[in-house]
Design a protein around this ligand. Structure first.
Ligand SMILES: CCCCC/C=C\C/C=C\C/C=C\C=C\C(=O)SCCNC(=O)CCNC(=O)[C@H](O)C(C)(C)COP(=O)(O)OP(=O)(O)OC[C@H]1O[C@@H](n2cnc3c(N)ncnc32)[C@H](O)[C@@H]1OP(=O)(O)O
Ligand SMILES: Cc1cc2nc3c(=O)[nH]c(=O)nc-3n(C[C@H](O)[C@H](O)[C@H](O)COP(=O)(O)OP(=O)(O)OC[C@H]3O[C@@H](n4cnc5c(N)ncnc54)[C@H](O)[C@@H]3O)c2cc1C
Length: 674
């Protein structure tokens, strides 16, 4: 169906030419990213409904709105969508449910409707996530219907002015009062002020609040509590609550990220989120199976972020690739017509590895999601939590790697569009500012790398003792027997090269840690003194996971040979791009020789040339609607110059020939110089 539509749509001759020959079935690739044919169909139906709805249009481009207008406009759309989704028969017919919500939020709403943040994002992401993942069944029965219907709107408030990373350092307290069967929530200092949560400033009436649990003078560490912040109906902040917005940010300015202070606010005991830990009426504390289960919402969101940044990279690569096929510049041969810039190998090197990265991220994120689901299943069954360290380490590793790779990739896509990439109307600046905070939120990346390193060092020691290893580090068992150098440059050879490099790096840093300890340095200080090396090894291990998963995903792929072939080429490109970027590391560890690096660089050039004719078809296969791209440079028709000109005409400064500012300031200056 979509294939047929494509034939009749207008596009500029350059793109017609690109699309004329395609070696693979684009729809099959679209289905991969949608999670199946049925989902593709559902998404397209949802798109048609949403994009044809006048209530979801912006009255003026958000870039020309004030801070208050942006917030109001986004809230209007978010509430409209929430109501429409619950009441519109058309939307019920296409089979609402969690899958549809997922698509609406990820691919359609987050990127096409709420272009610069959504005040209800945290409600749907972390507040509902906390209810569903952290509350007992009884609590869910009470809170879920209210949250789903919009009777209450919530957010997740953990970070404070003084502490974000160091959860154990949070200062907000929840002190149990057995006399009244209540907790007293309090912010004892200025640094205890909650700071950052999305939707907190003006939108949320409730929040999940992470606070130190105190019972009879003993601190049991951070635990989640549900606290009402604003009155029902009037929405006035409740007694003891001081709440507001924190002011403009680098991006996501339509969200009302907020601050929050508590002055001895009392909540019922049953408002403690009690799936894992409990406090009984007499003040008895019931321990969870693992103290880290209360961090579960963060783990879920880290998994979500892997997909979220992948969507952002799909958008950026689609824009930059189409533009590269439409833009002509300079000469390949003197006197010849200016070629499409995609003919330059350096331009191919910008876009094609990033297209390949989309696949790499997607497959690894899918595996991570399955690990998450398995751990959840075990938690719900009450069985063992063996896979929890694996899930924690892999979710930290992939969230940190993908948020960095994608942020850097978007930057390259912007530069690949030259000056026009700097225009807001290209949408690349906003895609960038919406993505770069993912390097900070849900765990600042360096801190997450150090968590990965902690897991690696522990596993490395375990391997030396012949102990049990988690799946992502099962390769450690070979470390004492393996020679370092790889002899074959196939994909599995290169994956093995990464394994060997990680082991070599771990060996060196473990030795340094040992040496510092023997010299009398305390372990924590030795750790800090080695932390740059530790972060580096964590990054290489993460890259290993992604390469390994890409190869494994393709080995299992059962689709057509055309798609299989193009994905094989993309996988090979990703492998060689990664290895050549990391060649210093692989050379140092002895996994590769300089000659082998040269061979790989040659092959890289060949792959770029082989994939170049498929570039536009590859991004078309992501099937991103023009509204999702929201870009003058990336629209399906490639009519770049008319779109740029028309967007410029929307500038309020162009409403009049001579602006008032001229009469106020310039005219007096120019007159006085006459
Ligand atoms: C739902 C879908 C959503 C889609 C999302 C899409 C887009 C997102 C859009 C917007 C995002 C908006 C919101 C953002 C929200 C936030 O940012 S909320 C705040 C997030 N804050 C953080 O992430 C704080 C980071 N800090 C931490 O996670 C921890 O403090 C840290 C792990 C750094 C250290 O914890 P600590 O208690 O100090 O532990 P230790 O270092 O002592 O380690 C003790 C052991 O515990 C293990 N461990 C730590 N965390 C976990 C965990 N989560 N799960 C399992 N295990 C964990 C750790 O490995 C240690 O184990 P060993 O002792 O080594 O065995
Ligand atoms: C757009 C956005 C939305 C957010 N939304 C929410 C939300 O909804 N709810 C919420 O609760 N929070 C939210 N946050 C807060 C976010 O989770 C924190 O900013 C994040 O966890 C980092 O904490 P921090 O700001 O305290 O940074 P810090 O921890 O102070 O980091 C500063 C620097 O110190 C370094 N550092 C810190 N600790 C260590 C260490 N142990 N070892 C080595 N280096 C270290 C870091 O690497 C970093 O370079 C949001 C943040 C942003 C930007």
């Amino acid at each position: 169906m979509a294939g047929k539509q494509v034939q009749v749509r207008f596009c500029v001759p350059d793109l017609q030419k690109e699309r004329a020959n395609c070696s693979f079935n684009k729809e099959e690739i679209t289905n991969i990213f949608d999670g199946g044919e049925h989902n593709t169909e559902t998404r397209r139906k949802l798109q048609n409904i949403i994009f044809s709805d006048p209530n979801l249009q912006d009255p003026i481009p958000p870039d020309y709105m004030s801070h208050e207008q942006r917030y109001e406009n986004e809230l209007r759309k978010a509430v409209y969508v929430m109501k429409k989704f619950m009441t519109d028969p058309q939307l019920q017919d296409i089979g609402g449910g969690p899958e549809a919500i997922k698509w609406m939020y990820n691919s359609i709403l987050r990127h096409a409707i709420h272009k610069d943040g959504n005040p209800l994002m945290l409600h749907f992401g972390m507040f509902l996530g906390a209810i569903m993942g952290q509350m007992s069944e009884e609590q869910q029965a009470e809170w879920l219907p209210k949250a789903m219907s919009g009777e209450i709107i919530g957010t997740y408030t953990q970070t404070e002015l003084g502490h974000g990373t160091f959860l154990r350092g949070l200062e907000t307290t929840a002190t149990y009062d057995p006399v009244t069967d209540e907790f007293i929530i309090h912010s004892p200092t200025i640094t205890a002020t909650k700071w950052w949560p999305g939707g907190l400033g003006k939108t949320s009436s409730f929040a999940v609040v992470m606070a130190q649990l105190h019972i009879r003078g003993q601190n049991y560490g951070p635990h989640p509590f549900v606290v009402q912040l604003r009155e029902h109906v009037t929405h006035a902040s409740r007694p003891g609550i001081t709440v507001g917005e924190i002011g403009p940010r680098l991006g996501l300015n339509s969200n009302d990220n907020g601050f929050l202070r508590f002055d001895n606010v009392r909540i019922p005991r049953t408002n403690m989120v009690m799936k894992h830990s409990k406090v009984l009426k007499d003040g008895t504390y019931v321990k969870p199976k693992s103290a880290k289960l209360s961090y579960g919402v963060m783990v879920l969101t880290r998994v979500g972020i892997c997909y979220d940044v992948c969507w952002q990279l799909m958008r950026a690569t689609t824009i930059a690739t189409r533009y590269a096929a439409v833009r002509h510049q300079s000469e390949l041969e003197v006197g010849e017509a200016e070629p499409q810039i995609i003919e330059y190998q350096t331009q191919q090197y910008k876009v094609l590895p990033m297209i390949a990265s989309v696949y790499a991220i997607w497959f690894a994120a899918d595996t991570l999601r399955h690990t998450y689901m398995e751990v959840q299943k075990n938690i719900n069954k009450g069985s063992d939590l063996d896979l929890l360290p694996e899930l924690h380490a892999s979710s930290c590793a992939l969230k940190a790697l993908f948020s960095t790779d994608v942020t850097d990739g978007i930057s390259v896509m912007r530069l690949g569009c030259g000056g026009h990439g700097y225009l807001a109307s290209s949408n690349l600046p906003r895609i960038y500012t919406s993505t770069t905070p993912s390097q900070t939120y849900e765990g600042e990346n360096t801190v997450l790398w150090l968590q990965v390193a902690r897991f690696l060092i522990k596993s490395f020691r375990e391997a030396s003792k012949g102990g049990r290893l988690q799946p992502s580090v099962a390769y450690f068992k070979n470390h004492q027997t393996q020679t370092r150098r790889i002899t074959d440059l196939s994909n599995s050879g290169l994956v093995s090269g990464y394994e060997r490099s990680v082991l070599s790096m771990l060996e060196a840093v473990a030795k340094q840690l040992q040496q510092y300890s023997e010299e009398g340095m305390r372990y924590e200080h030795a750790w800090n003194a080695c932390s740059v090396r530790l972060v580096n090894v964590a990054k290489v291990h993460a890259r290993y996971i992604v390469c390994d998963q890409f190869v494994k995903a393709l080995a299992k792929y059962e689709g057509s040979s055309g798609v299989r072939q193009i994905m094989d080429q993309l996988c090979r490109l990703y492998m060689i791009y990664s290895v050549t970027n990391d060649q210093g590391i692989l050379l140092k560890s002895g996994a590769l020789t300089p000659d082998q690096c040269n061979l790989l660089e040659e092959e890289l050039g060949e792959l770029l040339a082989a994939l170049r004719p498929e570039a536009v078809n590859l991004v078309d296969a992501f099937d991103l609607h023009d509204e999702v791209l929201d870009s003058t440079l990336g629209a399906w028709d490639g009519d770049v110059y008319n779109r740029l000109y028309n967007e410029a005409m929307k500038s309020p400064l162009n409403k009049v020939d001579v602006p008032d500012a001229y009469y106020k300031y310039l005219q007096p200056l120019m007159k006085s110089n006459l």
